[in-house]
Design a protein around this ligand. Sequence first.
Ligand code: ACO
Length: 365
Amino acid sequence: MKEVKKGLEGVVALDSQISFIDGVKGILKYRGIEIEKLSDLSYDAVSFLLIHGKLPNAEELENYSLELRNERRINRRLLDILNFCDFENESMDALRTAISVCAHFDEDSHNISKEANIRKTTRLVARFPTIVAAFYRLANGMEIVDPDPSLAHGANFLYMLRGKRPTEIEAEAMEKDFILSAEHELNPSTFALRITASTLSDLHSAIISGLCTLKGPLHGGARKGVMEMLDEIGSKDNIKPYIQERLEKKQRIMGFGHRVYKTYDPRALVYKEIVRKVAVEKGDSHWFDLAEQIESTMYQEFVENRNKPIYPNIDFYSGVLYKDLGIPSYLATSIFAIGRVSGWIAHCLEQYADNRVIRPRAHFV
Ligand code: ACO
């Protein structure tokens, strides 16, 4: 048996045409296009790109957007089930339950043909935001807000969440959030769902594997951890003691470090500018200033004591953005999933198209 790579670090598990990462130069491309360029498009266009392998032309985009907008509503029975969810708990548990319930109502549920998967894609991408917003409103004793077909993916989500239309800058921030979160090669949740798809299990089941894996605090759950950390630190005076105490205890600081990026996560750079813009519009830069100071303190600590820098990952400034948008931390991971579902589905389609069951070996000791 060859050498075991703990955590499969550096192991190349499969060929993929979906995204490209250069972890040393800090480059991320979806289907050959830099994330910085994609973040100026609509989520619908980027979702189409991930699923179909090319950017849509004007007609394709119009059709896909229309299909998504027509599929946003969720049915009464699903809302009744969401009402039984544990509102003390974070929304990932509710989202996981809801996607499982959606499978029961989906006539294509067990059909894994390309055509059926494309039909299910539209329904899944369209309904993730509606489910998360509905969970939030039920948890807070508020009436459900129906989706507004005149609004884009990000703006509509904020509208369903708050019951009022977001400002242009808030809408832009949410749209970019979904785009930046949409895809990231063989991260843990994507790998988990490719394994599920490789057994020829269906799309909903694969997505549920992804959701369960994204939830962990070392993966998508770090976004929630960042928001809790910001609350706990509260003011600049507390940054250094907070960080030093945790590092001494060998604990992780959420939103920092990455398995692949050895430099600044390119997504975090785009997020940082969005957060700056939202803070300027609000006329309140408390969270942004605190975050910048946490970033520089972490950098200094690592350079001085470990001889290597550490940089924020995607979850750091996205957590800050959610604070500025007034989003509670228990929604953070499920909002990440709203964006990520397009990338997840692209990976499932790629797996089904050229499948071999994923089954590595263990070294018996
Ligand atoms: N806080 C403190 N120390 C850290 C952090 C951190 N956030 N990240 C890495 N380190 C240190 C480790 O303690 C380790 O030190 P050592 O060599 O002295 O033992 C070294 O840096 C290397 O860390 P590893 O855990 O080996 O790196 P790995 O590639 O396994 O982990 C991970 C990457 C899980 C992202 C890690 O950086 C981490 O735990 N970060 C905090 C959680 C987080 O933000 N997760 C989100 C990642 S992005 C995403 O999944 C969407």
